[in-house]
Design a protein around this ligand. Structure first.
Ligand SMILES: Nc1ncnc2c1ncn2[C@@H]1O[C@H](COP(=O)(O)OP(=O)(O)OP(=O)(O)O)[C@@H](O)[C@H]1O
Ligand SMILES: Nc1ccn([C@@H]2O[C@H](COP(=O)(O)O)[C@@H](O)[C@H]2O)c(=O)n1
Ligand SMILES: [Mg+2]
Length: 242
């Protein structure tokens, strides 16, 4: 049964899962399913722990200020910040079997296969007691989005999109000075193309679902946070009422 559902999951979302057993064990899953996550029964979820979690996806182009604003949200609203890019970079230095593949992919500004990134995110979602998460830089593609939904059986409560003009993003990335291998003009051009072709459709998808909060990412960090604050304040208020 498990093998059959994994096989259909693979064909439906073009994943190349080579570690069914270890993913199964690591995340206490009971079964995989190809149903829409909204139809997953509690016992079918791979991560039953997520049921009461608040999950926020934080999207925007390279250098749009996602990480900067996430730090402010953590400080003000107590969310746990999971940056997909940071998790992948940690994997490179941790000598993991995926390290060299991830390094090559990041250097090229391309997207790492979803099962690798989702596995790293899941590990973080499952650790610790915090149940409010900011998932920064994910999903970067429809494949990322669908893999997350299928594997976790969860959808984000809401999605932030930091909307920034390309010129400003390039300026910010080139002056970031954190020694990132992808902060050079050639890779930035590739990342911008990938953002437009693969990430904008995800942003559109959440806009159509009424889950998207578009933030004008031009201005000082504090000005931008004043647009972000009400989104989370409303979420806190709702949690108090329900
Ligand atoms: N409002 C702002 N005005 C000017 N510079 C900013 C602003 N917000 C962030 N920055 C700077 O721009 C650079 C990129 O910001 P940040 O790292 O937060 O972007 P990001 O969206 O996480 O980028 P990436 O996707 O590449 O990780 C950093 O050096 C940061 O200090
Ligand atoms: N879902 C993701 C997120 C990131 N990557 C790769 O990491 C690079 C850096 O990401 P940042 O969010 O820190 O800018 C990105 O350009 C991708 O190569 C990914 O593959 N999938
Ligand atoms: Mg970042």
């Amino acid at each position: 049964m498990l093998r059959r559902t994994i096989a259909s999951l693979k064909s439906s979302i073009s994943l190349h899962i080579t570690e069914e057993a270890s993913i199964h064990n690591a995340y206490h899953c009971r079964t995989f399913t190809t149903q829409s996550p909204l139809h997953l029964r509690e016992k079918d979820r791979i991560c039953p722990k997520h049921i009461d979690s608040v999950i926020t996806f934080v999207l925007g182009g390279p250098g749009s200020g996602k990480g900067t604003q996430c730090a402010k949200i953590v400080e003000t609203f107590g969310f746990k910040h999971l940056s997909a890019g940071d998790l992948l970079r940690k994997e490179i230095v941790s000598d993991s079997e995926y390290g060299s593949m991830i390094l090559d992919t990041i250097r090229e500004g391309k997207i790492v296969p979803s099962e690798v990134t989702v596995k790293l995110i899941l590990r973080e979602l499952e650790s610790g007691d915090n149940h409010k998460f900011l998932i920064d830089g994910f999903p970067r593609s429809e494949e990322n989005r669908i893999a997350f939904e299928h594997i976790t059986g969860s959808e984000p409560n809401f999605v932030l999109f930091f909307d920034c003009p390309e010129e400003e993003m390039v300026k910010r990335v080139l002056s970031r000075n954190q020694g990132r291998i992808d902060d050079n003009i050639d890779t930035i051009k590739k990342r911008l193309k990938v953002f437009e072709s693969l990430n904008l459709p995800v942003i559109d998808y959440y806009a159509k679902k009424g889950k998207l909060h578009r933030i004008n990412a031009v201005g000082t960090e504090d000005e931008i946070f004043e647009q972000v604050r009400p989104v989370f304040a409303a979420c806190e208020k709702k949690a108090t009422i329900t």
